[in-house]
Design a protein around this ligand. Sequence first.
Ligand code: NDP
Ligand code: DXP
Ligand code: MN
Length: 389
Amino acid sequence: MKKNVVILGSTGSIGKQALEVIGWHRGSLRVFGLAAYRNIELLEEQVRAFDVPYAAVGEEAAAKVLQERLKDVRTTCLVGEAGLLELVRHPEADLVLVAVSGTAGLRPTLEAISQRKPVALANKETLVAGGSLVMKAALANGVPVIPVDSEHSAIHQCLNNENRNDVAKLIITGSGGPFREASFEELQKVTPEAALRHPTWQMGTKITIDSATLMNKGLEVIEARWLFEVDYDRIEVIIHPQSIVHSLVAYKDGAVLAQLGWPDMRVPIQYALFYPERRSNNLKQLDLASVRSLTFEKPDLKRFPCLRLAYEAGKIGGTMPAVMNAANEIAVFSFLKGEIPFMSISAVIAECMELHIPQTGEPDLDGILAADRWSREQAKKVIKDRHGG
Ligand SMILES: NC(=O)C1=CN([C@@H]2O[C@H](COP(=O)(O)OP(=O)(O)OC[C@H]3O[C@@H](n4cnc5c(N)ncnc54)[C@H](OP(=O)(O)O)[C@@H]3O)[C@@H](O)[C@H]2O)C=CC1
Ligand SMILES: CC(=O)[C@@H](O)[C@H](O)COP(=O)(O)O
Ligand SMILES: [Mn+2]
């Protein structure tokens, strides 16, 4: 029996690589549903290439155009968030890969879990905003949430068959981004073009800017806290410019396990699609002699305050991580549009966090979504009033 896979965000960086992986394993995996926001040209190509029964897009008009273009094949087109939810809850869907960007992943992830569908989770914002809710639901429904994010996939692999009580700390590696060696003065003048030139990974625009500010590491710390139930004092970030060691787990006896490989998302994607099985592929094997040296250094929280803000938001908990995440999304897109300078990204987030009175404890979905909306409005206002947007 083939596994029916649904991909939310199929036209993005992770989605396209997931389809490539599925293409290698057509005997075991079938693409059952695809969702994009507005890129109907690529979505149509993907539907035809994989003979996909269901496709979803963000807006009604795009869905109509797509349905018309696909009238010679038997594909049903769905629309909006309701379309995503219908797709993931379909009785024939076996595994849902959540690879949309931003908070749009939260509701579909919860829906998949409530329908007892295993989730391969690339979208880290879902756990940042709603980690407690998602992991509680996964536990209650006995549903695995298999990480796709490279660091969390590495940690998942290093934890396999080990006793969780023996873990001393998780060590998340990060490349340091394109400005690892930039001075404070140079950071003031960073352009979107320069920030989009990641040194080791090819990714979507939003995560690439997050890597440049180190917010990506901050989001990953919160993601790890929820996925692996380890508190913030035992999650460390280390800068590793080569992106070969994808993360590590330190155990109480002094042993440290790491997962290594070339920086290639197709490895963690394949791992998540087949977990707990491992499959062969034709990817280039790691050759450490050609890498020659692996280096590590502490992150600089003064030049990269976003990482500090994420630890703060995580430790405050409640709705604060959702507020931080939403403000970051607004600030990143504002920077990309040339409205605010690079260093204002962290300033906007900090202001929104200061203004927020967090709902503590474990907020429900409505509480999280309300905090997310509040923060987006607040961030726009802060940008307009104080950062020249
Ligand atoms: N890229 C990477 O290597 C990694 C990514 N991640 C995480 O994975 C997620 C995806 O990243 P990435 O692939 O880089 O992002 P991209 O920006 O490349 O792709 C985003 C995808 O989501 C779709 N999309 C966006 N909003 C919606 C929505 N509201 N409804 C439906 N579809 C939507 C886009 O559709 P359209 O094309 O039509 O706009 C596109 O298919 C992010 O959360 C990121 O942090 C984690 C680790 C590594
Ligand atoms: C590929 C992946 O998992 C990204 O999250 C990656 O880690 C981004 O690069 P940085 O390490 O520079 O944030
Ligand atoms: Mn990552």
